[in-house]
Design a protein around this ligand. Sequence first.
Ligand code: PEP
Length: 253
Amino acid sequence: MPRKFFVGGNFKMNGLLADIDRIVDHLNASHLDPNTEVLISPPAIYLLHVRDRVKKGIEVAAQNCYSEKQGAFTGEISPLQIADSGIPWVIIGHSERRTLFGDIDSVVAEKVRAALEEGLNIILCVGETLAQREAGETLKIVEHQLDCVKREIGPWAEVCHRIVIAYEPVWAIGTGKVASAAQAQEVHADTRTWLASHVGKEAAEDTRIIYGGSVSAKNCVELATQPDLDGFLVGGASLKPEFVDIINSHLKK
Ligand code: PEP
């Protein structure tokens, strides 16, 4: 089965209720490629509202979760609560979580395990900083981030259809500096090779590996032509009408 193209919109901590409604209503009114899986990830406080307002076929994701089911963890949301709220997806390991909120590799791995246990689907973000890229460490860093998750969750192959890997070079997120198609393809291909040898050949073929980092309507079509690039995780542009063009970029592939 060919991998279904996947485009997610990460609103981050942006938008008030009226803005979120405007974005959702625009998506609801737009023609979206039926061969692309579409997801939006509003701030946690709007998750249930968006779940109820968005049209069928667009999925909703939390931007983060904690690794415990419940308890004295003020300000956190558990995977159990996300699942209980009918939110099927969660983004884990976003670079802003890693750099600003202390989500080191082991924390990310625990969150992935906890989210899998509650039946959630996961967008697992990985990626290198500029210094790591300049030191020639990109592939090593990404493989290490994947390794940490693998060690924590055990048999990844059994859940591979529930994990989308988002390659998001930290230097490209929110900076307007997009990875070239060749740079993205190199990391995506290496990630697939890593999956083939550490998780299984079938899982490697089936797993969606999406790209994130300053994706826009202008650059998405060229990126989408890369053989190992199965979609996008979009930040800033997901708040704008051009998000629809990004969702439909696969039609132009
Ligand atoms: C992101 O937040 O995942 C992201 C890729 O942001 P941006 O598209 O704004 O670079």
